[in-house]
Design a protein around this ligand. Sequence first.
Ligand SMILES: Nc1ncnc2c1ncn2[C@@H]1O[C@H](COP(=O)(O)OP(=O)(O)O)[C@@H](O)[C@H]1O
Ligand SMILES: [Mg+2]
Length: 268
Amino acid sequence: MNHDVIIRIEGLKKEYVLGSENIVRALAGVDLTITSGSYVAIMGPSGSGKSTMLNLLGCLDRPTAGRYFLGEEDVSTMSDDDLSRARGKRIGFIFQSYNLIPQLTVIENIQVPLFYQGESLAESYDRCVELAKLVGLADRLEHRPMQLSGGQQQRVAIARSLANNPLMILADEPTGNLDSKTGAEVLEMIDRLNEGGKTIVLVTHDEKVAKRAHRVLHMKDGLIDREVLQRTVPGGAKRQSNSGHFDSTVADSDTLQTLTPPTRAPGH
Ligand SMILES: Nc1ncnc2c1ncn2[C@@H]1O[C@H](COP(=O)(O)OP(=O)(O)O)[C@@H](O)[C@H]1O
Ligand SMILES: [Mg+2]
């Protein structure tokens, strides 16, 4: 596994101007480096800037000031088209409320990111069926979101997040709407994706969820207030911590099978 830097952020700020007298400083100048293959949890009170941070990391929004390098590319100043291209190639999203399209079937929902990238439904079909299998929904391809349980809907969202074979998966409270057993299954799946090499950045308010990550960033008032390094990335990424306390207890990761999504056919 390589430990290249996948994300480098310098002085990242996001301000929302709500009137001449009212500027909300959602991010107040964040510095952060994330290495490839790591699993990072973001915690912090409501309003501390977690979702803003995730949206910027996901190229869904642009910063007011500061730099953001995704891989080698400076995405902080990109045009909308280039930004959505960067997002489409490298990033998968999982949201608390699944964000599936209700009118589409399971397989069509998984195909959506590829469709937006210009791949026809026929072209992406086989690969997306593999992804549905991977998340245990091969027998639900023609169901619509309404006909699925919450856990099943989140599994569709996980499959969809993998469709573009992203380097990084961003998850905002992915288990927030699930009961604890179903939530645990979803978290196991995310663990296995990380073991398969995907970089994970996950927002949560749940300490138990954050325990699974390599690093926990605690946000406060638009800044990273504190960082806890919980375990190393396999291969040794201890160097990525520049602050905080190191606890060497490692979760029982040997028992988890590595979840490796099918690779895309060449030429796609
Ligand atoms: N689109 C927006 N317009 C104005 N203010 C916003 C917007 N999005 C977020 N904020 C404000 O920015 C701050 C950080 O919000 P957010 O990132 O959603 O926090 P968290 O996810 O940690 O709860 C909050 O004070 C919030 O009210
Ligand atoms: Mg939020």
